[in-house]
Design a protein around this ligand. Structure first.
Ligand code: A2P
Length: 310
């Protein structure tokens, strides 16, 4: 099983990284420091998680050289018209002068209107979205920060095939990665095939099914875990690496952080069973776009919305 993957930027990315979404600021510093001391070389964060200064403190506390680590962050939606400013904020918070990977967090621009810097809402409570914004404009700025050397690779997150296909009309640099929700209940086989064809590496967020995971009670998972004498979480993490996907399990618990570095080889039969769960009626997402699914995310729930919850 590979321990790293090659990106189209020419650099390599460690196959397992520590996720930090929903990691409380008061807990994430020790989590990041513990992870790096335990052997993690890769930490995934984002400006909107509200904990980048604490993530940066954890990186420092680990004592490991910055150059030996792979750090990812993401451009938040309110910064689509000011990519360098969003990046500079993240660099300042993390206390570093470059990122290994910078992603557009969502293919959506939201507009500050005084209600909140990160989560502006309209009077009716819905997100203040710029529906006219062309993602090509955001990507051109991402290409510019790549050229500046402040980031070593650029990519996207939460991009469906439709959004990638649109972006492909103007991109000069092909995204190195697309980070999306991936686990056996949401394997996104079609998006995987599309990204493979373009040389884009997929990254799995919520690989364990996030908090209150519906996967905990999955009999096929328990069976495969018992067969290999490992924890179900190890099967979920290994599943992604075995299919060529970078995996980003989140934990703030020291023992789990250590356990989540473990990747085993799954055999063809295991992979076929895990690959088939969604098609066998278990398709389910655990994360929904914060603005609903009416933004032209036409394949968010699969072609013709066929995987949308009832
Ligand atoms: P905690 O952070 O309190 O340890 P995901 O990566 O899919 O978003 O899942 C994160 C959730 O899974 C968190 O609630 C995290 O809890 C929990 N978790 C992380 N690692 C493990 C593990 N090895 N076994 C069980 N639960 C885990």
């Amino acid at each position: 099983v590979p321990t790293e993957f090659k990106l189209n930027s020419g650099t390599t990315i460690p196959a397992v990284g520590l996720g930090t979404w929903k990691s409380e600021p008061g807990q994430v510093t020790q989590a990041v420091a513990h992870a790096i001391k335990s052997g993690y070389k890769h930490v995934d964060g984002a400006l909107c998680y509200g904990n980048e200064a604490e993530v940066g403190a954890g990186i420092k506390a680990s004592g490991v050289d910055r150059k030996d680590l792979f750090i990812t962050s993401k451009l938040w939606c309110t910064y689509h018209d000011r990519v360098e400013e969003g990046l500079n904020q993240t660099l300042k918070d993390l206390g570093t002068d470059y990122l290994d990977l910078y992603l557009i967090h969502w293919p959506v621009r939201t507009v500050e209107n005084g209600t909140s810097k990160l989560f502006p809402v309209k009077e009716d409570g819905s997100r203040n979205i710029d529906r006219e914004w062309d993602q090509a404009k955001t990507w051109a700025q991402m290409e510019a920060v790549l050229a500046s050397g402040k980031v070593k690779a650029i990519g996207v997150s939460n991009f469906s095939e439709l959004y990638l296909e649109r972006l492909s009309k103007t991109w000069k640099v092909v995204p190195a990665v697309n980070q999306v929700e991936l686990h056996p209940y949401n394997p996104q086989h079609s998006l995987k095939a599309y990204c493979d064809s373009k040389g884009i590496v997929l990254q799995a967020y919520s690989p364990l099914g996030s908090n209150d995971s519906p996967l905990h009670a999955e009999p096929v998972l328990v069976e495969i875990a018992q067969k290999h004498n490992v924890a179900p979480a190890t099967v979920l993490i290994s599943y992604q690496v075995n299919r060529g996907v970078v995996v980003l399990p989140k934990s703030v618990t020291p023992k789990r952080i250590e356990d989540n570095l473990k990747v085993i080889k799954l055999d063809a039969e295991d992979l076929a069973k895990l690959d088939g769960l969604a098609a066998a009626g278990k398709q389910q997402r655990v994360v929904s776009p914060p603005w609903g699914t009416d933004l032209g995310f036409v394949d968010w729930f699969g072609p013709d919305n066929k995987n949308a919850p009832a």
